[in-house]
Design a protein around this ligand. Structure first.
Ligand code: APR
Length: 187
C-alpha cells in the first residue's frame, strides 16, 4: 500500500485550498495530476516516466492520438490505472539563462492546466515542480512562478477549483514552495 503524502502546509485563497506536500504524485487521488512532459507527449523519465508506469500502457496509447504539444501548453488524458481521474500533460521550458522567456512559458503551463481543469469541471489538481529536473529550471525561481501564477490566476478567476496541491518529490524541493508561500503572505 503506497502511503499518500500528507500536506506540509495549507493556505486558502477565497474558498480555494492550496497545499504543499512531499511525495509521489502518482499516489494522489485528485481529479487531475499534472505531468511534466516533453513536446512529443510520448513519455520519458522523471515524473513523466513515473506517471506512465503507474497509469499503464493505455496512457501512452491515448497520448499517441494527441499530436504532441508546444512548450507552455498542456493537453489532458484519462488517468487509467492512476488514482487520479485525469492527467494534464504540460510541457515546461528547458532552462537556458532566464532571458529566453522561460518564466512566461512556465507560467503558461500552470495557467493552461488550470484552464483545462476548469473546462472539464475538475475541482482538484496536483502539480509537480515542472521543469526543475531534467529541464534544469532553478527550483526556487520555478516555485515562485508556480505559486505566484496559481495564486494570482485563482484570485482573479476561481474557475470552480477547490483544491490545488503542489506535490514535491523531496523536502528540499518543498522548502522552496514554503518560502514562496511565506513571501506571498499565504502561510
Ligand atoms: N512525483 C512528484 N514529483 C516527481 C516525481 C514523482 N513521482 N518524480 C520526479 N519528480 C519531480 C522531480 O524531482 C522534479 O522536481 O518532478 C520535477 C520535474 O522533474 P522532471 O520529471 O525531470 O521533469 P522536467 O524537469 O520538467 O523535464 C521534463 O524530463 O522526464 C522527462 O519526458 C520528460 O522530456 C521531459 C523532461
Amino acid at each position: 500500500m503506497t502511503s499518500v503524502p500528507l500536506p506540509l502546509l495549507s493556505a486558502e485563497i477565497g474558498q480555494i485550498r492550496l497545499e504543499v506536500c512531499v511525495g509521489d504524485i502518482t499516489t494522489l487521488a485528485v481529479d487531475a495530476i499534472v505531468n511534466a512532459a516533453n513536446r512529443s507527449l510520448l513519455g520519458g523519465g522523471g515524473v513523466d516516466g513515473a506517471i506512465h508506469r503507474a497509469a499503464g500502457r493505455e496512457l501512452l496509447a491515448e497520448c499517441r492520438t494527441l499530436g504532441g504539444c508546444e512548450t507552455g501548453g498542456a493537453k489532458m488524458t484519462r488517468g487509467y490505472r492512476l488514482p487520479a481521474k485525469h492527467v494534464i500533460h504540460a510541457v515546461g521550458p528547458v532552462w537556458s539563462d532566464g532571458d529566453k522567456g522561460e518564466d512566461e512559458l512556465l507560467a503558461s503551463c500552470y495557467r493552461t492546466a488550470l484552464d483545462l481543469a476548469a473546462a472539464h469541471r475538475l475541482t482538484s489538481i496536483a502539480f509537480p515542480a515542472i521543469s526543475t529536473g531534467v529541464y534544469r529550471f532553478p527550483p526556487d525561481r520555478a516555485a515562485r512562478v508556480a505559486v505566484g501564477t496559481v495564486a494570482s490566476e485563482l484570485a482573479a478567476s476561481p474557475r470552480g477549483i477547490g483544491k490545488v496541491v503542489f506535490c514535491c518529490f523531496t523536502p528540499q524541493a518543498a522548502d522552496h514552495y514554503m518560502a514562496v508561500f511565506a513571501e506571498l503572505g499565504l502561510a
